[in-house]
Design a protein around this ligand. Structure first.
Ligand code: SF4
Length: 482
């Protein structure tokens, strides 16, 4: 294979049917981005090229400037000497991974915004010049530039496809798109600052297909890298100008995480975080020791991957939320299909054991209110029995209706009655009306907007129609809203 350099273009020759053809890639040097590396990884890399910078003091400062102060280039890291800044920037960058392709602000609730991120697809295979040819396709060079930020973990092996193998549809997509949402709760007292929460995605799409969840209609494409998860938060904070680099010297002195626009993180975006445990774990490490968000302010929500729940509590040390949504196996099998693998008995045995071992650790249950599906007083009674002895609260979430879901939100009266019953039995059961409903940024509504909606919705409608039919058949209650 001969490699030619033509100006700023690199041509690789490809043998196709005995002829030479050329493919062109930009040879713009891609510097490795330090964004998304934890301290150990950063140290390992810098030790090879800048051993004096990898000393603990300077390393800590670099780490702090990148994640806490929001440095975008080495020149922002003013504690380093000019020559260090210069030589570091020749080899590395602090580029955020991915681009925010779209930002939609809620009209109803002016603080809530949804961000559509585009991350480079590691499996992307650029089209060949002659599309009719399906012969040998070589991998891109490691210096191929990406219009979507520096994708540090992509290797030739990731993008190469074997001879005679046509790229799949997923491989043809250049970008994987996910959504993240920012929600701001204004202060209750005039002297406090309010509460800002970023809801992060952990996977592109989701494999679990919970029936009421719009996100579940997007097929799973891949796990997000830790650097892509961290980049979501860092990008949102830059959009909000919520980093000290945007402040005056005076403001910086008074800055604290309590006065930040972002002080809570929830893993409730696209995907089941425990199915991407390794990357979520690394991202949480950076969010807490780098970005300064306490683990007490981070919630990982799972639909009930029981074998990994002990790790969330003991290893990650963050708060746990369980997407419960049903009180019988029959219904949960249907609307939260992972229940077929980890039924309610297994789920609650795991939770009780963890609460017992971990000093009565608090657990949040999420319960979406579906009209005449899971909102009967009998459901409330079973719920009380299920969570007995577990220090918990149950968030009753008003279902955000979306086209094709087939479900309706319970009426205010039914939700109130349900909530009252739980309170009467000693369980805190606040009613949550999700913010960002009008921008499909609310709970269970996230989905990559480029999906083939028609097919997915049709599939969901059929599934849901069966579920609702089954519930209504078994119920003596009327099927219309109150
Ligand atoms: S509720 Fe969570 S786990 Fe279930 S489909 Fe939606 S994103 Fe996936």
């Amino acid at each position: 294979m001969q490699k030619l350099i033509l100006g700023n273009l690199c041509a690789r020759q490809i043998v196709i049917n005995g002829n030479f053809q050329h493919r062109f890639y930009s040879t713009q040097i891609v510097r490795k981005s330090l964004m998304g590396l934890n301290k150990t990884e950063m140290k390992e890399i810098l030790e090879k090229t800048h051993p004096h910078v990898a000393s603990s003091f300077r390393l800590n400062e670099i780490y702090k400037f990148i994640y806490k102060f929001g440095a975008r280039k080495f020149d922002d890291i003013t504690v380093l000497t000019k020559s260090d800044r210069q030589s570091l920037s020749e080899l590395y960058s602090i580029d955020i991974l991915g681009n925010i392709e779209e930002e939609i602000k809620s009209k109803k609730d002016k603080h809530t915004r949804k961000f559509l991120f585009a991350f480079q697809n590691p499996k992307y295979v650029p089209p060949v010049a002659d599309n009719s040819v399906d012969s040998t396709i070589v991998s891109t060079t490691s210096s191929a530039s990406s219009s979507c930020g520096n994708q540090q973990n992509i290797s030739d092996a990731d993008v190469a496809i074997s001879p005679m193998k046509k790229p799949t549809l997923k491989e043809q997509k250049q970008f994987n798109k996910v959504e993240a949402v920012y929600i701001y709760h204004p202060p209750k007292a005039s002297d406090s600052f309010g509460r800002g929460t970023v809801c992060l995605s952990s996977q592109v799409g989701c494999s679990l297909n919970c029936k009421f969840c719009r996100t579940g209609t997007a097929p799973i494409e891949r796990n997000l890298l830790a650097s892509e998860i961290v980049s979501q938060l860092v990008s949102v904070k830059h959009r909000l100008m919520d980093f000290p680099i945007y402040m005056t010297e005076e403001e910086r002195k008074r800055a604290s995480i309590e006065k930040s626009f972002v002080n809570n993180i929830v893993f409730m975006g696209e995907g089941e975080p425990l199915y991407n445990y390794k990357n979520v774990k690394k991202a949480i490490e950076i969010l807490s020791d780098g970005c300064g968000i306490s683990k007490r302010k981070i919630i990982v929500s799972t639909s009930g991957v029981c074998n990994l729940i002990p790790d969330v509590v003991n290893d990650l040390g963050v708060n746990l939320a369980i997407s419960l949504h049903a009180t019988t196996n029959e219904l949960r099998d249907n609307i939260v299909p992972i229940n077929k693998i980890f039924p309610l008995e297994v789920l609650f045995e795991t939770l009780r054991e963890q609460c017992f071992k971990n000093n009565n650790r608090h657990i949040t249950f999420e319960y979406v209110m579906l009209n005449h599906v899971n909102d009967f007083i009998d459901d409330a009674k079973r719920l009380v029995k299920l969570v007995k002895d577990i220090p918990c609260s149950v968030n009753l979430i008003a279902f955000n209706e979306w086209e094709g879901s087939g479900f309706e939100c319970s009426s205010d009266e039914r939700i109130e009655e349900f909530s009252k019953y739980l309170y009467k039995n000693g369980i805190s059961a606040p009613v949550r009306h999700s913010k960002g409903q009008d921008i499909l940024g609310a709970c269970g509504q996230l989905k990559n907007r480029n999906e083939n909606k028609a097919g997915a919705l049709q599939q969901t409608e059929q599934n849901v129609a069966t579920t609702v039919e089954m519930i209504r058949r078994n119920s003596k209650q009327p099927s219309s809203k109150k």
